[in-house]
Write a protein that binds this ligand. Sequence first.
Ligand SMILES: *[C@@H]1O[C@H](CO)[C@@H](O)[C@H](O)[C@H]1NC(C)=O
Ligand SMILES: *[C@@H]1O[C@H](CO)[C@@H](O)[C@H](O)[C@H]1NC(C)=O
Length: 368
Amino acid sequence: MGSSSTYYSLEFLTVVAVSVFLITHANNVVKETGKKDKKCDLYDGRWVLDESYPLYSSKQCPLILEQFNCMGNGRPDHDYEKYRWQPNNCNLPRWDVREFGERMRGKRMMFVGDSLSLNQWQSLACMTMMIQSPPRPRAAYNNPTKSGPLSTIFFPQLNFTLMYMRNALIVDIAKEKGGKVLKLDSVATSAKQWLESDILIFDTWHWWLHTGRKQPWDQIQDGNVIRKDMDRLAAYEKALTTLTKWIDQNVDAKKIKIFFQGVSPDHWNSSDCGTPLTQRCAGQPEPLVKPVEATGKNRANVVLEEVLRKTRKPIHLLDINEMSQFRVDGHPSMYGNPRKIGMDCTHWCLPGVPDVWNELLYATFLGL
Ligand SMILES: *[C@@H]1O[C@H](CO)[C@@H](O)[C@H](O)[C@H]1NC(C)=O
Ligand SMILES: *[C@@H]1O[C@H](CO)[C@@H](O)[C@H](O)[C@H]1NC(C)=O
């Protein structure tokens, strides 16, 4: 007993000392660059191989779903776990789980969105469970509790609740006589539980493109007009506007911080990467030199930026689209399951790219 508590206190002191150093150091760097270049754009930068990453291993984080557990499914190359993001004019502060934990103490954070939201939520859970190092394999945080679309992870030592609410389109879908009707003007049904959070992080896009059996609705209601289908980008823009109007009317910006995950790029079209299209994102051991959408910006992300620019309440865009376009290597490809069946060029392996999105989220909590 005695020796183990001595061990812990020594370990704790070391961590505190290191954190104080890192925080002071990070602040200095920001101040210095601030003199030369007032505006530090965290999103303008490059990927750098860094052997001190990843921030956790897939073995340490049993909650990682099979579909994101590339190493567990036999992916042979490992560099994709080790790229960190280096902004050009300043530094992204390294993830410090104790500093993050103290800022989250007593708070409730909710991710609301599709499986890209799930991807980022799982990543943040893995990053946060390193508060207990080594993590306890049987701890509660390894077993999210599920209630309908809501999954909850509770960190007792931080009194921190980290939630994921599956809601692929954000606006409501109602079952009516004509089948499932997508209501571009309404978020009311889903929104009640959102307000019980201190931090909300939304995402939506990929499901707006689905047709046929994967399309979650039969009809689209836009005002008084009900249609079989419409331009998907226009529908997406209307839904985002409905959400931001709802936020403007219902959210107390002093109590709830709101974020939006930028559109997560996929890499289904590997002809952009100089490899045959049939190969998709498979067999890519390193990031691209040029972003995929060399011909212009991602259209959905542009729509998202435009809608967020018009809101009255502050909504912080985690502008991960362009930086993630480089990461053709970060997808599960055939390693989304141990049988290596199928191909996934949409989601991201964990550890991996979403960890960096969470480092950017963390930077906003530090006020950068
Ligand atoms: C834990 O946080 C909640 C708010 O999320 C608060 O109401 C409660 O008092 C906190 N509990 C403790 C033991 O600090
Ligand atoms: C893939 O990219 C090429 C070149 O940019 C383009 O011509 C082609 O239409 C794209 N294919 C798909 C399936 O998106």
